[in-house]
Design a protein around this ligand. Structure first.
Ligand code: FE2
Ligand code: FE2
Length: 248
């Protein structure tokens, strides 16, 4: 029994791809087939696969059915985290999604799931991504202050949702945590954030995130060990469609 993670499938069986890099970058060529093969060769039915957001380009559920069918057919138990492109997923109506797609798919929002003695907690997260203003040497000298102020409100809401997930797990008697965010825990200006602080406060052992696409963005945030937490970037193009094993 093992726990695996990968994010940003950006499936489009019934919808249009809305990113230039996904249409042009060779890492994305037939990525559904690559992932299907990799999952089949490494993941068993008693394993757990966490999909870390940006599942589908579909704007509403009716445009996602074939994408969900593809995800259902991947081996193992599947837990889904909400991404910024998952317009089919209204956080307040997560119960309806779980009702509709159970038992194959579990949509995690203001709740937690269990893996061995661990609680799997998570939320979409959020981080300020600019616009940043660069000088003629390409160094950041300023950024859009009003966009940053707005982003602080979104961060606060996501921190509240994450705390809710942690507190439910704690009330359930769990003391070991694996934390999933779709967004990176810090942006390019930060060394720490409310998310890294909360991960440390509860003693999460791993923090797993996705969302970063392309060589230029793979190193935007933390990777490896910091303050006792293992940080992992698992966006699909970064992993070349090979899910990462987090725990045995
Ligand atoms: Fe994405
Ligand atoms: Fe994303």
């Amino acid at each position: 029994m093992s726990l695996y993670a990968i994010g940003d499938l950006h499936l489009h069986f019934q919808s249009e791809v809305r990113s230039k890099s996904q249409r042009r970058d060779r890492r994305w060529k037939k990525h559904e087939e690559k992932l299907r093969k990799n999952c089949a060769s490494m993941i068993s039915e008693d394993d757990t696969l966490v999909l870390v957001g940006d599942h589908s380009w579909g704007r509403k559920l009716a445009e996602c059915e074939e994408d969900f069918q593809y995800i259902r057919e991947l081996p193992g138990r599947k837990i889904l985290i909400r991404g910024n492109h998952d317009h089919f997923w209204d956080a307040k109506k997560t119960g309806r999604l779980n009702e509709r797609y159970k038992p194959e798919l579990t949509f995690l929002q203001n709740s937690f799931e269990v893996y061995r003695e661990y609680a799997i907690v998570g939320t979409k997260g959020f981080t300020f991504e600019g616009p940043f203003y660069l000088d003629n040497r390409g160094r950041i000298f300023d950024w859009d202050r009003s966009a940053e102020a707005h982003s602080r409100e979104l961060v606060e809401r996501e921190l509240q949702r994450l705390r809710d997930s942690f507190e439910q797990a704690k009330a359930g008697g769990y003391r070991k945590y694996i934390l999933f965010l779709h967004y990176p825990p810090t942006n390019i200006l930060e060394r720490e954030s409310g998310f890294t602080e909360m991960a440390e406060e509860y003693g999460a052992e791993h923090l797993i995130y996705a969302h970063s696409h392309g060589e230029m963005r793979f190193h935007d945030s933390i990777q490896g060990e910091r303050n006792g937490i293992q940080y992992h970037l698992v966006s699909g193009d970064y992993l070349r469609w090979m899910p990462e094993k987090i725990l045995d």
